[in-house]
Design a protein around this ligand. Structure first.
Ligand code: ADP
Length: 432
C-alpha cells in the first residue's frame, strides 16, 4: 500500500496532467488549471464536511483516498482510545461510589460555598440528609452553632463531636478535609460507643479514686499519730513508718492528680471569667517558693499585665505544675525564670529552668499520663507520679492554648504556654 503522502502526491500529479490535457484540448491552459484547483478544493471541502458529520453523529468510519484516508484512521483511533478511557473512568467512579456507599461513616462532598454536591447512604442515616438537600449549604441543615463555627475553620486535622440531628443520643465526630479545587470532604463517624466507653473509664477512675481517698486518709491519720509518738517507737520501726508516710503521700498525689484529670475530662466547663494573670502568677510563685529551702532561685518577670479569660482554679493548677516541676528538677544552684509576655497578638507564659533538660525522644510523650523520664534518668524527681504535665495539657486545650516544650540535656528546659488573642485582655498600659 502507498504511503498517504505519496498517494496524495500522485493524486495531485494526476490532476495536473488532466489539467494540461484539458488545456491542450481547449487551448485555455489557465482556465483548465484553475478548474483542476477548484476540483482539488471541492474534494477537500467534501472530506472536511464528512469529518464534521461523522464526529457529530458517529457511525461508520468514512472512506477516502490520499491523506484523507490517514486522517480518518487517526481520528478513529483517537475516538476509540477516548472511549475505552471513558469506560475505565466510569468503572472506577462506579467502584468508588460503591465503596463510599458501603462506608459506615457519613461522607459529604462540599462545594466552594459549602453547598452539598454529593453524599453517601451513611450521611442519610447519620446526618439526616435527603436527595433534595443537594445544592443546599450544609450550615443551613446542621444548625448547631458549634458546627457552624467549625465549618468556618481551616484546620484539616481538627475534629468536633456533635449530637446527631436525627439519631437519639448518638454522638458524631466530624472532620472536614480540603481536596481538589475549593472542594471539601466532610466525614462524620458515629462515636457514641467510643464516648460511652471513655465515660465508663473516667467514671471508673473517678470512683476508684474517691473510694481510695477514705482509707488513705485513715492511714495518714494513724501515721501522723505515730509520728507524734516518735520517741516511744523503737528505732527499727521508725524507718518503716517513714517509708509508709512517703508512700501514702505519693498515693495521695496520685489520687488528687487522677481526680483533677477526671474533672477536666468530664467536659463540664466552668464559666470563663477574667483572671488577673499577673496576680495569679505572683501567688503561684510565692507558694512554690515555700516548697523547699534548698531549691533553685525563682524570678518572675512580668513583661505584660495582660489578663486571661478562663477558669482561675484550672489555670492555677497548670501554672503551679510547671513552676513546681521547674523548681523540683533544677538543682539548688540553678535558676528558674517565669516570664509573662505578649506574642503575635496573644500572650505567652514561659517557665524556663537551668535544670537537667529532657532528651528529645521523651518530649513528644511528656504530656501522656504516667509518663516519666526518671526511670531512665539519674537524680531527682523520684516523688513524681507523671500526671502534672497531662493536667497542664488538658487545661491549656480547654483554654485554646498550646504547650511548647524546648529542652536541651544538660542546659535546661523551657515550657511555653501560648494563649490566643481572643483569650487575652491587654492592659491599656501594654503599649507594645
Ligand atoms: P511528675 O509528677 O513526674 O513531675 P509530670 O507530668 O509533671 O510528672 O512530668 C513528667 C516528666 O517530665 C517528669 O517525670 C520529668 O521527668 C519531666 N519534667 C517535667 N518538667 C521538667 C523540668 N522542668 N525539667 C526536667 N524534666 C522535667
Amino acid at each position: 500500500m502507498l504511503s498517504p503522502w505519496r498517494s496524495e502526491f500522485y493524486w495531485l500529479i494526476w490532476l495536473l496532467f488532466f489539467g494540461i490535457f484539458l488545456g491542450k484540448l481547449s487551448g485555455m491552459y489557465f482556465a483548465a488549471l484553475w478548474l483542476c484547483s477548484l476540483i482539488y478544493l471541492a474534494r477537500n471541502i467534501y472530506h472536511i464536511n464528512r469529518i464534521v458529520l461523522w464526529l457529530r453523529s458517529g457511525g461508520k468510519v468514512p472512506q477516502g483516498g490520499g491523506i484523507w484516508e490517514e486522517i480518518y484512521y487517526l481520528i478513529f483511533r483517537l475516538k476509540r482510545r477516548n472511549k475505552s478511557r471513558k469506560k475505565r473512568l466510569l468503572a472506577m467512579l462506579e467502584r468508588f461510589r460503591t465503596a463510599t456507599t458501603a462506608l459506615p461513616d457519613a461522607t459529604v462532598v462540599l462545594g466552594p460555598r459549602d453547598e452539598i454536591d454529593w453524599f453517601n447512604d451513611a450521611a442519610e442515616r447519620l446526618l439526616g440528609l435527603r436527595k433534595s438537600d443537594i445544592g443546599q449549604q450544609i450550615g443551613n441543615l446542621l444548625r448547631q452553632p458549634k458546627f457552624v463555627e467549625f465549618l468556618r475553620g481551616t484546620d484539616a486535622s481538627a475534629t468536633i463531636t456533635i449530637a446527631s440531628p436525627i439519631m437519639d443520643k448518638a454522638q458524631l465526630e466530624i472532620r472536614i478535609v480540603p481536596y481538589g479545587e475549593n472542594l471539601r470532604l466532610l466525614v462524620a463517624q458515629d462515636v457514641t460507643h467510643i464516648r460511652f466507653m471513655e465515660r465508663v473509664r473516667s467514671d471508673f477512675v473517678a470512683n476508684v479514686s474517691h473510694e481510695l481517698r477514705t482509707p488513705l486518709t485513715v492511714l495518714k491519720g494513724y501515721l501522723e499519730t505515730l509520728e507524734d509518738a516518735d520517741q516511744d517507737i523503737p528505732e527499727r520501726y521508725r524507718k518503716v513508718f517513714r517509708h509508709m508516710e512517703e508512700h501514702t503521700a505519693r498515693m495521695q498525689k496520685l489520687i488528687d492528680g487522677l481526680l483533677s484529670l477526671t474533672k477536666l475530662e468530664s467536659g463540664t466547663l466552668a464559666p470563663y471569667k477574667l483572671v488577673d494573670c499577673p496576680g495569679l502568677l505572683l501567688s503561684v510563685c510565692n507558694e512554690a517558693q515555700l516548697l523547699k529551702p534548698d531549691q533553685a532561685s525563682l524570678e518572675l518577670i512580668l513583661e505584660t499585665h495582660a489578663d486571661l479569660y478562663g477558669v482561675e482554679s484550672e489555670l492555677r493548677s497548670a501554672f503551679s505544675n510547671l513552676v513546681v516541676n521547674a523548681l523540683k528538677y533544677t538543682p539548688g544552684d540553678g535558676k528558674v525564670q517565669v516570664r509573662w509576655r505578649r506574642e503575635n497578638g496573644g500572650a505567652v507564659l514561659e517557665v524556663e529552668d537551668t535544670g537537667p533538660g529532657i532528651a528529645s525522644e521523651h518530649l513528644p510523650r511528656l504530656t501522656e499520663r504516667f509518663y516519666r523520664v526518671e526511670p531512665g534518668r539519674a537524680g531527682g524527681g523520684k516523688d513524681g507520679v507523671g500526671l502534672g504535665l497531662a493536667i497542664v495539657k488538658h487545661v491549656l486545650t480547654r483554654h485554646e492554648a498550646e504547650l511548647k516544650i524546648v529542652s536541651t540535656v544538660g542546659k535546661g528546659s523551657c515550657f511555653g504556654c501560648r494563649f490566643p488573642e481572643k483569650r487575652v485582655l491587654f492592659d491599656v498600659d501594654d503599649s507594645k
